[in-house]
Design a protein around this ligand. Structure first.
Ligand SMILES: NC(=O)C1=CN([C@@H]2O[C@H](COP(=O)(O)OP(=O)(O)OC[C@H]3O[C@@H](n4cnc5c(N)ncnc54)[C@H](OP(=O)(O)O)[C@@H]3O)[C@@H](O)[C@H]2O)C=CC1
Ligand SMILES: CC(=O)[C@](C)(O)C(=O)O
Length: 334
């Protein structure tokens, strides 16, 4: 596998001579389209009429229908929700792919779990920023970048790696680092990370801590500041300096608490359950459940989402964030 690459190691003139279609303009789509455009690439966005189409037009990017964008482009980056990709691919993308085109993804789910099976005569690659799309955009605007993984599934032209690296540079990843992976490794590690650590793990930990404090009679506002608001500040220190950097900045009292109480919260049983989660991903059990949930029109997803949005931490948090103008507005209010 290729070592970590940066802008100075990546040639992008060939890709700059081609048109890139970004299919979807959501969290990742808007970031890829705007970052690539500002990096000097020729971008067209493929959408349906609606909220994203209006936003793309307002942002000044070239927007058209999905089939038209595919017809115009040499590289087609699919940034639709994973669960919608197979149907839209079959109906609106596949019929318009030509030999020598490139089909790209920011997550390997549908290729790895064989929900999309591309023709043999196109390149298929992955450029997966390791961060939420809105921060891929915000970081780029700040002059920095979010690291990305790239992977090659199919190299029909012999230039798939050159194209993928130029694309990754264009979205800003070359300012941070670009690491080679495979569709299997990106898919399985990304699903594991978002379930057991980043999203599922952290939100469960935050809610459990908040509930422990409020059930003990402490003010919900204090519990919110302790368990949710300060989480970003601690994670910022981890982002900048790892465990050592964070521990340098917190008190020795907090560091001792970290050492003696942390292992009581996350213990060997937790790690055993993490291995079960990884097994569900590797065997396809998770993917199968997600595909069925969407085929049934998301009954569990919608019920849990409603319940989560009504959790006391959300009620308290919305009230407090309204009082703190410095807290950046949630991405869904832009
Ligand atoms: N969110 C993230 O930060 C990350 C996401 N990824 C991957 O990126 C890909 C995109 O995810 P994400 O950006 O979160 O998706 P979002 O849900 O944020 O955005 C989806 C986009 O697809 C459009 N869309 C939905 N249905 C259709 C349709 N039928 N025809 C045309 N356009 C449609 C939506 O437009 P409309 O307004 O019309 O609904 C919207 O612009 C996924 O593969 C995901 O796994 C990878 C890394 C991180
Ligand atoms: C931001 C990211 O990479 C996630 C959490 O895996 C996702 O949104 O898919």
């Amino acid at each position: 596998m290729t070592t970590v690459l940066y802008n100075h190691q990546i040639e992008d003139q060939a890709l700059k001579a081609e048109k890139i279609a970004i299919i979807g303009y959501g969290s990742q789509g808007h970031a890829h389209a705007l970052n690539l455009k500002e990096s000097g690439f020729d971008v067209v966005v493929g959408l349906r009429k609606g909220k994203s189409w209006d936003k793309a037009e307002k942002d000044g990017v070239d927007v058209t229908t999905v089939p038209e964008a595919v017809k115009q482009a040499k590289v087609v980056m699919v940034l639709l929700p994973d669960e919608y990709q197979p149907k839209i691919y079959e109906e609106q993308i596949a019929p318009h792919l030509e030999a020598g085109d490139a089909l790209a993804f920011a997550h390997g789910f549908n290729i790895h779990f064989s929900q999309i099976q591309p023709p043999d005569n196109v390149d298929v690659f992955l450029v997966a920023p390791k961060g939420p799309g809105h921060l891929v955009r915000r970081t780029y605007e700040d002059g920095a970048g979010v690291p990305a993984l790239f992977g090659i599934y199919q190299d029909a032209t012999g230039k798939a790696t050159e194209t993928a690296l130029a694309y990754a540079k264009g979205v800003g990843a070359g300012r941070a680092g670009i690491l080679e992976t495979s569709f299997q490794e990106e898919t399985e590690t990304d699903l594991f990370g978002e379930q057991a650590v980043l999203c599922g793990g952290v939100t469960s930990l935050i809610k459990a801590g908040f509930e422990t404090l409020t059930e003990a009679g402490y003010q919900p506002e204090v519990a919110y500041f302790e368990c949710m608001h300060e989480m970003k500040l601690i994670v910022d220190l981890l982002y900048e300096g790892g465990l050592e950097g964070m521990r340098y900045s917190i008190s020795d009292t907090a560091q001792w608490g970290d050492f003696v109480s942390g292992p009581r919260v996350v213990d060997a049983d937790t790690k055993a359950r993490m291995k079960d989660i990884l097994s569900d991903i590797q065997t396809g059990r998770f993917a199968h459940g997600w595909i069925l949930e969407n085929q049934a029109n998301r009954p569990q997803f919608n019920a849990i989402n409603t319940r989560e949005n009504q959790h006391e931490i959300e009620v308290v948090g919305r009230k407090l964030r309204e009082l703190m103008p410095f807290v950046k507005k949630p991405v869904n209010t832009k």
